[in-house]
Design a protein. Structure first.
Ligand SMILES: [Mg+2]
Length: 261
């Protein structure tokens, strides 16, 4: 397989499963980086900060610095800067609140520990995974939307997988609750399969789409998010997909990226 100037890796199912690194993944990514390719990581997770993922990836032996990590939290923060949004109402985890605040976005309904409460209002409502979700928080978000606020979602994944096949409700289930009472769908979803964050990654890295290989375990999200931009893609069979769709380039595990020819 040819070497690409930039590799964009999905995390769960591609580099690790929960807290277990996937065999051969770390040494493959280290080798690509050592041979001069740029590496970026992209997750739909909005609940943690860049620093959290950096520590996790480093502890598993992957090369990582905070700027290499892109999540739907960092994507949302970048979008706020691009669109001049400086205050939001947030349905989300402390990691999302913190990421927004660190990029200069005021969160109308969060306390000093970055926890969200059903208080305050803003012209933009952002919705992501939120383990403290409540009827009161839903009501407060609805009131903002009824006054005409924008509605931005981190991602619409119905569930997300943990170790041993356990599924937990994903951000999409909370986005659906907000959408149902507001009677409207999000104006914008930043996570995969939207191409928005891959576009941000390419611009920041200064790499054209054809020189960036997207690598992931879900064709319909990890790979779709770059296809419309013209990025080549590679499916790995270490996660949720065991049969590649017809015509989809794939490898059994990440070592396939180093294969000659
Ligand atoms: Mg995955």
């Amino acid at each position: 397989m040819r070497r690409y100037p930039l590799y964009v890796f999905d995390l769960d199912g591609t580099l690790y499963r929960g807290d277990e690194p996937i065999p051969h993944a770390a040494e493959t990514v280290r080798r690509l980086a050592a041979e001069g390719s740029a590496v970026r990581y992209f997750t739909n997770n909005s609940g943690q900060t860049r620093e959290f993922f950096t520590r996790k990836l480093l502890s598993m032996g992957f090369p990582c610095e905070p700027h290499m990590v892109h999540s739907t939290a960092t994507g949302l923060a970048a979008l706020c800067r691009e669109r001049g949004v400086d205050r939001v109402f947030c349905v989300g985890e402390p990691g999302l609140v913190r990421t927004l605040r660190e990029s200069g976005v005021e969160v109308a309904n969060a306390d000093r520990r970055h926890r969200v409460w059903p208080l305050g209002e803003a012209d933009t409502v952002v919705v992501g995974i939120c383990r403290t979700f409540s009827y009161a928080l839903l009501d407060a978000a609805l009131q903002c939307l009824l006054r005409g606020a924008r509605f931005w979602a981190t991602n619409t994944d119905a569930t997300y997988p943990l170790e041993e096949g356990r599924l937990e409700p994903g951000a999409g289930s909370l986005v659906a609750a907000v959408a149902t009472c507001a009677g409207r769908q999000p104006d914008l979803v930043v996570g995969k399969p939207s191409p928005l964050i891959v576009g941000q990654i390419l611009r920041e890295a200064g790499v054209p789409p054809e020189d960036a290989l997207l690598v992931g375990d879900r064709p319909e999200t990890d790979l779709e998010c770059g296809r419309t931009l013209g990025c080549p893609t590679c499916l790995v069979l270490t996660g949720v997909t065991s049969h590649p769709p017809e015509g989809q380039p794939f490898c059994e595990d990440l070592r396939g990226l180093l294969a000659k020819g």
